[in-house]
Design a protein around this ligand. Structure first.
Ligand code: LLP
Length: 449
């Protein structure tokens, strides 16, 4: 066991915790005005907690910063980060649009009465059924990814006698510094049309795409980006294609969609760019570039997911078995893990945690590893974190779990998914129920013979 002489001074002001986070005098972690101990008493663990105030704050930061620097703009909430009816409703009410990538996300958006005009449908292998479903329901824009889709879009639109607004997704060939699996805009990516094929796309639209209205170009270069430059590089490449399209095909485009949002803090040492500096530098660049190319300023669209919902989420776990390996690690096992948060095992993602019932502890910290309950050696939520001594029954809070946790969760080992509770001003409401054993088997059938 490694003993350090550091004291537990958990800093709740670093952008890792929800903005409503407080610590009670008795050392309990409070989110949305409610003690996490109360939440656990009422809803049990593991429990996803979403702080409504943080989500609204981050959304308004994006909406207001962009409006301040660039009037004609729209922010889409990237549904894949956390797809849930209540969050869709909140997004719609805040004035966000929605980026969806499947028939299922469209279905959820319809259930949430989302304004369909503000929905953009992405995806690199949309099915005929999904395309028809989107067109029939009047989904605002379809972001076309490939030649098969271009044909399917024209055929479906023709069959349904509709005209469909589309954006074309381009692969700009930009490298950004993020995990290999969450990069998308580099060459040799499965997403979008390489620039070499733009003439073929435009010829198709001009000659065969009688039901398709090309509105603009889209690119998404990756997620969890801490630099400003890649956003400018993306805009630059797209605007150069606006210019080319106008000169060579006489088509004036009006929508510039620069993809996902900025990265967020998972660790104290993370230093993400701010929404305001992102908005200012990106829009300054776009205005200058449009002036240089003599283009009208297009509508600017951005689709953040992680930076809207990530910081709002905290996952609460109960500590169970504790194992000290002789001359090795101390493993603190909790009642969740890779099935409710697959990011550590998938991307070696790092997180910060605290002991939610011991936030004021001044005990000496020890280095421990928070392990999941799933049958995989790699199911470790946080390797080598310094915590006050914990015992079975203590409560672990893992921060910044709002994005790509619930939405990527599974039932591995036949464990029901946790519940999700929305908190605000001392009130809590379940927005996703805890799964039951019956839920786990409801689709399983035994053949009669
Ligand atoms: N737009 C498109 C077309 C995207 O593919 C994505 C994310 C976004 C927007 C939202 O990006 P964000 O603002 O959240 O960075 N599961 C991975 C992240 C995958 C991101 C996929 N696309 C993770 O947990 O890190």
């Amino acid at each position: 066991m490694t003993i350090t002489d550091k004291r537990n001074r958990f800093d709740i002001s670093t952008g890792i915790c929800p903005i409503s986070t407080e610590i009670s005098t008795s050392g309990h972690l409070i989110i949305g005005g409610i003690s996490t101990l109360e939440l656990v008493k009422k809803y049990s663990t593991p429990l996803y907690v979403i702080d409504e105030e943080t989500f609204s704050f981050r959304s308004n930061e994006y909406l207001n910063s962009l409006k301040k620097y660039y009037e004609n703009s729209m922010i889409l909430y990237a549904a894949k980060a956390f797809a849930c009816t209540t969050i869709f409703k909140l997004s719609n009410n805040l004035g966000l649009g929605l980026d969806v990538v499947s028939g299922g996300e469209i279905f959820l958006a319809l259930k949430a009465d989302f304004n369909v005009k503000n929905i953009y449908f992405h995806g690199n292998n949309k099915s005929q059924d999904e395309i028809e479903f989107a067109i029939k329901n009047g989904i605002g824009k379809i972001v076309c990814d490939n030649f098969l889709e271009l044909e399917m879009l024209q055929n479906c639109a023709n069959k349904l006698n509709r005209s469909v607004d589309i954006l074309i997704r381009l692969t700009p060939g930009i490298e950004c510094h993020t995990h290999e699996y969450i990069k998308t805009g580099h060459l040799d990516s499965k997403f979008g049309f390489d620039l070499e094929y733009l003439d073929d796309v435009l010829s198709f639209i001009k000659n065969k795409g009688t039901n398709l209205n090309l509105k603009g170009y889209h690119a998404h270069i990756g997620s969890q980006i801490f630099e400003l430059k890649p956003f400018q590089d993306t805009a630059e490449i797209l605007l150069e294609q606006f210019d080319y399209t106008k000169k060579e095909y006489g088509i004036e485009l009006n929508e510039l969609d620069i993809g996902g949002g900025i990265g967020i803090s998972y660790l104290n040492e993370d230093d993400p760019i701010t929404i305001d500096e992102w908005a200012k530098t990106t829009t300054d660049f776009i205005k200058a570039k449009c002036k240089k190319l003599n283009l009208n300023l297009p509508k600017l669209i951005c689709e953040p997911g992680r930076s809207l919902i990530g910081q709002s989420g905290v996952t609460l776990y109960t500590v169970g078995s504790i194992k000290q390996v002789p001359n090795g690690r101390k493993f603190i096992s909790v009642d969740g893990g890779m099935a409710d948060n697959p990011r550590p095992i998938t991307y070696q993602a790092k997180y910060t945690a605290a002991v939610a019932n011991k936030m004021n502890s001044t005990e000496t910290l020890e280095t421990v590893t928070i392990a999941g309950r799933y049958c995989e050696t790699g199911d470790l939520i946080i390797k080598d974190i310094e915590l006050p001594t914990v015992k079975a029954g203590d409560l672990i809070a893992v921060f910044s779990t709002g994005a790509y946790n619930y939405s990527m969760s599974s039932n591995y080992n036949m464990v029901p998914r946790p519940a999700c509770v929305l908190v605000k001003n001392g009130k809590s409401n379940i927005i996703i129920q805890r799964e039951t054993y019956e839920d786990l088997i409801k689709n399983q059938l035994i053949p009669k013979d």
